[in-house]
Design a protein around this ligand. Structure first.
Ligand SMILES: [Mg+2]
Length: 222
C-alpha cells in the first residue's frame, strides 16, 4: 500500500498572509519577522513535523503545497523558514509546491480550481504512485469551496478534507458568514483528529458512491 499524500494550502492555512506588503518585501529580516509572527505553528508542529518524519518510512508518500498565491519568492521564504523551524534544512519540506502560475494549472484564472486531478498531475511529475488517490489524500485548506472537497466526499472520504478553522467569521457576498481560517496570534480550532488517526493507522480503502440527492445538491450549490 502506498503512503499518505498531504496537501497544504498556504494563505490562512499555513500562514496568515493578510498583511500583503510582506509578500513583495525583499528585505529578508522584515519578511522573516513577519513569517515568525504569522506562521500557524499548531499545524506545523502537530501535522507537518510528524509527516516529515513518516515520509522517511514511506508511511507518508508526499507532502505538497497547493496554493493560489503566486509570489514565488515569498513562498520559498516560508518553506525555508519552516525547514529551519523544524530543524530539517537538509531536505525539502514540500516535495512539490504548486503555485497559481504553475504550468499544469489554468493560468488564465485568478483562482484556479483545486482538484484531485492537480494532485495526480503533481505525483506523476515527481514520480510517485497515484492509485487509491482519494483514500490516501488529506487536504488542509481554510476554504470550503474547492472542488477537491467534494471529490473527496463523493469518493467516500469526507473527513480527508481538513477545514482550517479559526475563531473568526467574516461576511462574504454570496456566501454569508464564512470562517476566516487561520489568523496570526489567534488559536487554531481545526479538528485534526482524522489526519492524526491516519498518521498512526493503516489506510482504509472504502469506496462509496454518492446518492443522486447528494450529488445534485452540491452541484447546484457550486
Ligand atoms: Mg487559503
Amino acid at each position: 500500500m502506498e503512503g499518505l499524500v498531504l496537501v497544504f494550502d498556504l494563505d490562512s492555512t499555513l500562514i496568515d498572509s493578510s498583511d500583503i506588503i510582506f509578500q513583495i518585501n525583499t528585505k529578508w529580516a522584515a519578511v522573516e519577522s513577519y513569517i515568525a509572527r504569522s506562521l500557524n505553528t499548531t499545524l506545523v508542529d502537530k501535522i507537518l513535523r510528524p509527516a516529515i518524519q513518516l515520509r522517511k518510512s514511506g508511511k507518508v508518500s508526499a507532502i505538497l503545497m497547493l496554493t493560489n498565491n503566486m509570489v514565488d519568492i515569498y513562498v520559498d521564504c516560508i518553506e525555508y523558514y519552516i525547514a529551519r523551524y523544524l530543524g530539517c534544512l537538509s531536505e525539502r519540506v514540500f516535495d512539490y509546491m504548486m503555485l497559481r502560475q504553475d504550468p499544469m494549472r489554468d493560468s488564465r484564472l485568478i483562482n484556479p480550481p483545486k482538484r484531485l486531478k492537480d494532485i495526480q498531475n503533481i505525483l506523476e511529475k515527481i514520480g510517485k504512485p497515484t492509485e487509491n488517490l482519494a483514500a490516501r489524500t488529506f487536504v488542509f485548506d481554510d476554504s470550503p469551496y474547492h472542488i477537491i472537497k467534494n471529490e473527496l466526499k463523493y469518493a467516500g472520504y469526507p473527513s480527508n478534507y481538513i477545514q482550517i478553522t479559526g475563531p473568526t467569521n467574516v461576511y462574504m457576498r454570496g456566501y454569508g458568514f464564512v470562517n476566516r481560517g487561520y489568523m496570526a496570534g489567534r488559536p487554531d480550532l481545526t479538528n485534526y483528529n482524522p489526519i492524526l488517526m491516519a498518521l498512526t493507522n493503516t489506510i482504509e480503502i472504502r469506496p462509496r458512491i454518492p446518492t443522486i440527492t447528494e450529488y445534485y445538491k452540491d452541484i447546484i450549490s457550486i
